[in-house]
Design a protein around this ligand. Sequence first.
Ligand code: ZN
Length: 207
Amino acid sequence: MLSADFGNLQRDIEMLNQSECDWLHVDVMDGIFVPNISFGQPVVKHIKKHARKPLDVHLMIMDPGRYVEDFRAAGADILTVHYEACTHLDRTLHAISDAGMKCGVVLNPHTPVSLLEDTVQLCDVVLLMSVNPGFGGQKFIENTYSKVHQLRQLCDRKNPKCLIEVDGGVNTNNAPLLFEAGADVLVAGNAVFKSDDPQTTIKMLKQ
Ligand code: ZN
């Protein structure tokens, strides 16, 4: 949603409702954990009002455990938090699950997959950042393929049902390679919204 037209949010959500996309990915940024500030719960609530697909809310905020209930109330279906932003990650993941949402951990490009050894079993999804978080429209980091592969092995060993999600610079060129490496969920922003035909681009990404 970060790449949508915020002056025409309802129109863009309707386009997504009619498209083949499965979830709406919502990036919340606090200006501290990441340099940028995006939006908070009030905007998520309005997205929820029009969306007919689950909201995948990605919190790029410090101490996200403080806001679990708020984002549940705003309509999040899936809530992911950064490994780097949580002092008590285990507690925060339990809080998200207990609130009735699917939970997940996000890793920045510099954070190794091996650090999830003791938390992956709690996750419905693990999100790998394929750019440094904070802005839309950045270039994909090639090392992501090998991280997806490593994470696939870790999930196979500890939590085979856990979904692997990739976020940042995803497009129709790298999508097949990410799928091959073991990714289940691809987040696309600019690739969709800057496309001349967003619905066809979504269809191509799904294929
Ligand atoms: Zn995101």
